[in-house]
Write a protein that binds this ligand. Structure first.
Ligand code: GDP
Ligand code: MG
Length: 441
């Protein structure tokens, strides 16, 4: 299964301290095969693998996660992305009944879905009405009446013996009836065929024109595999839809349809159906589907926790450093680099509001300055970096020679450091930055 294949793709990364290009290539190849085997459309696979590869190559050494975990995290995030990211909810009409039309091939699960939606809407305090606009098959109307009864919701059906009528007429009459009887949501069940054909599309488009739906849900059997893309595209062109419902996710679905449909049609997956019972139904959650596909729930939780722990640890360490006044030259260098970045930014942006008064200083503080500071700090011993107070005259002479700078440069840098250090301590005590306008000093 897709799950197994993905897991084995990650197996090779386990215990790696660093990812080589070969590791990434091998993993990407495995992921690609896994997705293709799961019937994900070729173009979706291509984009997906390219993105995962690119992001994996950029993975930085992290104390929180090992490279294998980082790649799993990337794959998970990308899966959520192609599944649509956020859950898309039904858009209810402001005035009058909200109309939800169902479209899809025969057997996709539309009629069953009508009952499920009916129950779900009722539970949300709505007053739904189901409309039998499938007059193609003799039993279609009865089937909807049965699920409607199970869900305890009203079903609008053509008169008995009138089952060969015009579905567009039925849909129109249903709208009038819904307004008259104050139903606030109308779910229109329509006919499907075994394959895509012009007549099916025309009828669906006609019903659509007649009821002017707020949502058109394209219902698709998650098990149909490679045909999913073609079918979805045909419905997108023929009727156009606003959302997708995946059905039969309880079956041995390979997951391909789920991953392709959203990307290919640009329409969100809104609901998932996971069984024949009316309650086997839920709003579609991209993140849950992604972890289902990865089947690494525990791993993902672990990754999240490790990251949270690391964030907390780093925040604590930074605070302790400040409080203890243990601001080192290494911290100083990082700070200077940040300021230099700001400087080149102000140059780029011209003037930023509020930055005007610092503009000159920032602009003069450029990369060359940083290179000098870097050279000086690199020429120090670790002990000197940790405890700059020990840097006396003879040490300064040695450092200036080592870094190819002048003694006055070293002096200036050390002075700057002590200034910054004093400032950090003041800030730690809650005193604000001295001399900074707008801050208590
Ligand atoms: P329609 O032709 O699109 O209206 O499809 P139906 O609603 O008649 O469903 C076709 C068959 O699929 C029926 O036997 C349903 O019970 C079954 N079915 C629908 N949704 C699901 C589902 O999510 N899981 C399973 N296992 N079966 C489903
Ligand atoms: Mg049906």
């Amino acid at each position: 299964s897709l799950q197994d294949r993905l897991q084995s793709a990650f197996k090779n990364l386990r215990g790696k301290g660093r990812l080589t290009e070969a590791d990434i290539d091998a993993t990407a190849r495995e992921i690609r095969l896994a997705l293709l085997e799961a019937d994900v459309s070729v173009s979706v696979v291509r984009d997906f693998v390219a993105t995962v590869k690119e992001r994996s190559a950029g993975v930085e050494v992290s104390r929180a996660l090992n490279p294998g975990q980082q790649v799993v995290k990337i794959v998970n995030e990308e899966l959520i992305g192609i599944l649509g990211g956020e859950t898309r909810r039904i858009r209810f009409a402001k005035n009058g009944p909200t109309v939800i039309m169902l479209a899809g091939l025969q057997g996709a699960g539309k009629t069953t879905l009508a009952g499920k939606l009916g129950l779900w809407l009722k539970e949300q305090g709505k007053s739904p009405m189901l409309v039998a606009a499938d007059l193609q098959r003799p039993n279609a109307v009865t089937q909807l009446q049965v699920v409607g009864q199970q869900a305890g919701v009203t079903v609008f059906a053509p008169e008995p013996g009138n089952g060969t009528g015009d579905p567009v007429q039925v849909a129109r009459r249903a709208m009038e009836e819904a307004r008259r009887t104050l139903h606030d949501v109308v779910v229109v069940d329509t006919a499907g065929r075994l394959g895509i054909d012009a007549e099916l599309m025309r009828q669906a488009a006609d019903i659509r024109a007649a009821v002017d739906p707020d949502e058109v849900l394209f219902v698709i059997d998650a098990m149909i595999g490679q045909d999913a893309v073609q079918t979805a595209q045909a419905f997108a062109d023929g009727v156009d839809f606003t959302g997708v419902v995946l059905t039969k996710l309880d079956g041995d679905a390979r997951g391909g349809a789920a991953l392709s449909v959203r990307q290919v049609t640009g329409r969100p997956i809104m609901f998932a159906s996971t069984g024949e019972k009316l309650t086997d139904f839920d709003v579609f959650h991209p993140d849950r589907m992604a972890s289902r596909i990865l089947d690494m729930g525990d791993m993902l939780t672990l990754i999240e926790q490790a990251e949270k722990a690391m964030d907390a640890e780093e925040a604590t360490a930074a605070a302790e450093k400040l409080m203890g006044g243990k601001f080192t030259l290494t911290d100083f260098l990082a700070q200077m680099e940040a300021i230099a970045k700001m400087g080149s930014m102000t140059k780029l942006l011209g003037m930023m509001p509020g930055m005007g008064q610092y503009k000159e200083q920032l602009a003069n503080f450029d990369e060359r300055e940083i290179d000098k500071i870097k050279a000086i700090i690199y020429s120090m011993t670790p002990a000197e970096r940790d405890n700059p107070k020990m840097i006396d005259g003879s040490r300064r002479a040695r450092i200036s020679k080592g870094s190819g700078t002048e003694v006055k440069d070293v002096n200036q840098m050390v002075d700057r450091f002590f200034e910054a250090s004093k400032m950090m301590q003041q800030m730690a005590k809650g005193g604000g930055v001295p001399g900074m306008p707008g801050m208590p000093g």
